[in-house]
Design a protein around this ligand. Sequence first.
Ligand code: ARG
Length: 602
Amino acid sequence: MNPGQLRFTEPGPSPVPLLADRFRAALSAAFGRKYGGVDPLIRPSQHADLQANVAMALAKDLDQRDPREQKRDPREVAQEIVDRLYVEDVVSEVRISGPGFINMTLSDEWIVAQLKRISADERLAVRAAALPQRVVVEFSSPNVAKVMHVGHLRTTIVGDAIARILEFLGHDVIRDNHIGDWGTPFGMLIEYLLDFEGGTGAGLDAFVSDTGAFYKAAHARFESDEEFAGRARRRLVALQAGDEATLRYWRRLVDVSMRSYNALYERLGVKLTDDDVKGESFYNEILPQVVDELEANRLAVPSDGALCVFLPEFRGRDGGPKPVIVRKSDGGYNYTTTDLATILYRVDELHANRIIYVVGDEQTEHFELLFAIAQRANFLFSGAVLEHAKIGLVTDPRTGSKLKSRSGEAVKLSELLDGATERATAALIESGRGEMFDEATRAAIIDAVAVGAVRFADLLVARDSKYPFDLDRMIAFTGKSAGFVQYAGVRMKSVLRKGGLTPESAVAPILIGAKEERDLALHLLDFGITLEQAGAAAEPHQLAGYLYELARFFTAFYEACPVLKDGIDEETRASRMALCAVTLRTLVTGLDLLGVPAPDRM
Ligand code: ARG
């Protein structure tokens, strides 16, 4: 099944899908059944709420199929559609304009009725998928032997949001942290570890506090010291043979790394625990079977001592089919072999319908080859869908290239977060609001702002585009920042608090007299569809963008429509409180799906 085409139980409160249905009925009635599947091209309009742009394209299409002396006038085509269009219950005005746009103004009664549905529903009328899928979301996946870098931070944050969104939509989500915990470097790392007091204490400390330096030192020793290199090679053999003592040292390296990852996940509010870890080592034992299977169905063939898969649609530099090695000439397996085993496990054992790999885009070719092999080997016979949710490079705002520390190493993630906290503290003091809170509240606010800033900045840009890691811009309370959105939430909470109400108790008929009220209301109707689209495309930035707009519409409403001021009549006040409440619930729910905290005060 195509994950983009989830079917749902009932129409949601968003106008576009509902009107699209009505248009398809009209198109089919006017021009025959085969036009019933045409996209009516409904878009936001400058002259009304929405416009359908279908008539222009349709006129051309009709002319081509059935040429007449006089070409069809798109305005007449539009009129023929409108004549058969039933939208009276949803739209208060339909008008054909320009070359054949069909402009529509939604009826205030309909908007209010949808808003009532949303506020009466615990899930804000967000529909659960009618066909829930089992979705494996693989994300974070740092390498134990290497430094966890800012790219991993991004895949962690984006993956966490994807998992949360799909879960909210009713899917059965399996989080999978595919850590790199196996492979050649471990022989060398274990030997180097053993050179510290027999492999505990100081050695582990040195490893986890600066994995990069530890790796470098071990590697330098490996290159320069024959005796050490020999030990490292023997150690690797022992590890692969499952030697007890060696496995114990290996476990220590993995455990101490996991502890530092977990601390980071916790600090960022990422829902990943030890239970979600299935690293490369987990698949080690089934690698021979996987390769045997490929060999048995003649997909993998010997080549220069190695075992390779040749895919005709992928060409190597010499123009011939590109070989993908699945067993090296020394008998060892590689990254691709492990990934093939991982697919088998996820499809056969976990019964996954959809597998999302939240991984940097520099691995695009690896995944293209991998998916093609899996397809060819019939690993996907159940119809499981594999997707590489590409993550773009995190760059240095000053240089535009990959973010590195001054010494050229990967930037330490804890230092990045410390930097965010520092700036959030400074921003709070600068705003003069710092003194308003006691110590504990202040610390909580700073934390919410810092974590929110880092996460939101990561989520706001399309996940596959490059993005400059610019702490100063992230922490700002204005512009497209978490602070702006969080602050809108603080205002909503404060309005309700001052009015003696809660988001749950502030229920009243909502009037949409002012333009700002109507704009906000209309945006609220699209929360569910935004989530559906974000989930289908594995694109949390759609939700982040929606929430930023929600904060903007709310801010405009807040500035134009007084709630608590003297002289506001009771009905209007209750209505505005209720609008505030449903906006707050939407904002808080949405931010939670992005893992961005919504503080009560700031
Ligand atoms: N550990 C890898 C890295 O840091 C990412 C793992 C990607 N996932 C996979 N199934 N290959 O580059």
